[in-house]
Design a protein around this ligand. Structure first.
Ligand code: ABU
Length: 515
């Protein structure tokens, strides 16, 4: 113990080299259109190549640097202009700088004392997102992904209606009813299971041919569920569904919720960023009438995984949950020394426990900045910093341009899909999700035959396999409702050019030609 147990000089030299590798392989090559999007290996081949076994002795510098290169080499280049596989893609240098800063700081923004800068940035970013929703007050917290943000919404909605459920659980609650559209994100079902509400109590409301929730069907479902003796609680509307990119009619849904006194949550994980664009924000008209919103800037704004904001309209203050006070009075590991907090926001009343080792009330600074108890998490990533730095770099206008460019790129591709023989739209896109089939020459003209759709459903997976093995690009496909497998093209990366989009269609045509 006489000397430090870490060799910092060698560590810094190693890091210098890793930074070079990151810049060369992780940033430059990963975004270079002349490089492959992925270097496909079968799992066992990759296991062998990576030499994954963890041994008793450590390895030398050169070997470790090679391992760092291998991580980048054999991973998918999500920043590549021809990676269209997910709702996230691209590489923003400023946001990446934010991610480096976050990683280097290695702290959790649960208290101001360990993360002063990050807590204030998070506060600012959340306030700005709320302002774009149309709220002048409220609360919020960053969560690990949109699914968790949606689950927070369900939990807060239940707590507001039944505050005693926090301590007593679900056992003496009425049977609750949750409502979301047939096209809603699967996290609503997962959340219902996780919170003990039960997936049987999630009522999937019919959508129209564009994938939008039908408000009259919502009304009918609520009436039906009430008649069966359940208590409707929560409606999740979706602004930008995962596959079709559909936007539910928020104003009409808000009317239904107001009539029945239901919590309205908007899952705008994907479409929320349209609020930045004066031309596109009409897609979310009525969002200001909601109680809570999920918004993932890591998708369309290219902030980097992960950055999911849970935004809450409620700005009521009240006494902490009795449990919070109780823990402050009893001896035990969670004793909260200091004066009990007299007023807390809904998020903190719902989740706060006041652990004595983090949230002491007798600190010398404004403890309302100790925001960690608003979250069910303890350790939490500081996901606001990278968005703050990106916002500083490009401004609100730059963020809006990013959204509008993605929209324009989709319109260009749409025109090309309509023009080219063999490409067939699933439907006119409302947003950035372009859904289409490629019909190989062997199937053309057979649209009325019995096997046509069966055979067409096998085309997208076959083309996808070929493109991954070739490493030329990546795009997602899925079946949806009565539609057999089709491609879902998503362009969020501003590095994508018209040439990339032409290449995209040429490549599908080439890979699917002989199927
Ligand atoms: N949360 C849904 C994201 C899935 C996708 O990237 O397609």
């Amino acid at each position: 113990l006489e000397c430090p147990g870490l060799d910092t000089a060698t560590g810094e030299e190693f890091l210098q080299e890793v930074f070079q590798i990151l810049l060369e392989e992780g940033v430059r090559k990963s975004t270079d259109v002349t490089q492959k999007v992925c270097d496909w290996k079968e799992p066992q081949e990759l296991r062998d190549l990576l030499d994954l076994e963890l041994r008793s002795d450590g390895e030398g510098r050169e070997r470790l640097l090679q391992r760092c290169r291998d991580v980048l080499r054999f991973s998918v280049r999500t920043g590549h202009p021809r990676f269209f596989n997910q709702l996230f893609s691209g590489l923003d240098h400023h946001a990446l700088a934010g991610r480096f800063l976050t990683e280097t700081l290695n702290t959790s923004p649960y208290t101001y004392e360990v993360a002063p800068v990050l807590v204030l940035m998070e506060e600012q970013v959340l306030a700005k997102l709320r302002e774009l929703v149309g709220w002048s007050s409220g609360d919020g917290i960053f969560a690990p992904g949109g699914s968790m943000s949606n689950m927070l919404a369900m939990n807060v909605a239940r707590f507001r209606r039944f505050p005693e459920s926090r301590s007593r659980g679900n056992w003496d609650l009425p049977r609750l009813g949750l409502f979301a559209s047939q096209e809603s994100h699967y996290s609503i079902l997962k959340g219902a299971a996780l919170l003990g509400i039960g997936t049987d109590n999630v009522h999937l409301v019919r959508t129209d041919e564009r994938g939008k929730m039908i408000p009259e069907e919502l009304e009918k479902e609520i009436q039906r569920v009430k008649a069966e003796g359940s208590e409707p609680l929560f409606v999740c509307a979706t602004s930008g569904t995962t596959v079709l990119g559909a936007f539910d009619p928020l104003d009409a849904i808000a009317d239904v919720c107001a009539r029945h006194g239901l919590w309205l949550h908007v899952d705008a994980a994907w479409g929320g960023s349209a609020l930045l664009s004066p031309q596109l924000r009409h897609l979310l008209a009525g969002i200001h009438r909601s109680d809570s919103v999920t918004w993932n800037p890591h998708k369309l704004l290219m902030v980097g995984l992960q950055c999911s904001a849970f935004l809450l309209h409620d700005s009521s203050v009240g006494a902490p949950h009795p449990e919070f006070m109780l823990l402050g009075c009893l001896p035990g590991p969670l004793i909260n020394f200091g004066a009990p907090c007299s007023s807390q926001g809904l998020l903190q009343r719902c989740h706060g426990v006041g652990a004595s080792y983090l949230f002491q009330r007798d600190k010398f600074y404004d403890v309302s900045l100790d925001t960690g108890d608003k979250s069910p998490q303890c350790g939490r990533r500081a996901d606001g910093l990278k968005l703050w730095i990106l916002w500083k770099a490009v401004g609100t206008r730059g963020l809006a341009q990013r959204v509008e460019r993605a929209f324009s790129a989709t319109r260009y591709l749409l025109e090309q899909v309509k023009r080219r023989e063999g490409f067939q739209l699933v439907m006119e896109p409302e947003f950035i999700n372009l859904c289409f089939w490629f019909i190989p020459p062997s199937l053309r003209g057979q649209e009325n035959s019995l096997e046509f759709w069966d055979k067409l459903g096998k085309v997208a997976p076959a083309i996808k396999e070929k493109m991954i093995r070739r490493g030329s690009m990546m795009v997602g496909y899925q079946p949806q409702g009565s539609h057999v497998n089709f491609f879902r093209q998503i362009i969020t990366n501003p590095a994508v050019t018209r040439q990339d989009l032409d290449f995209f269609l040429d490549e599908i045509q080439e890979l699917g030609w002989d199927l």
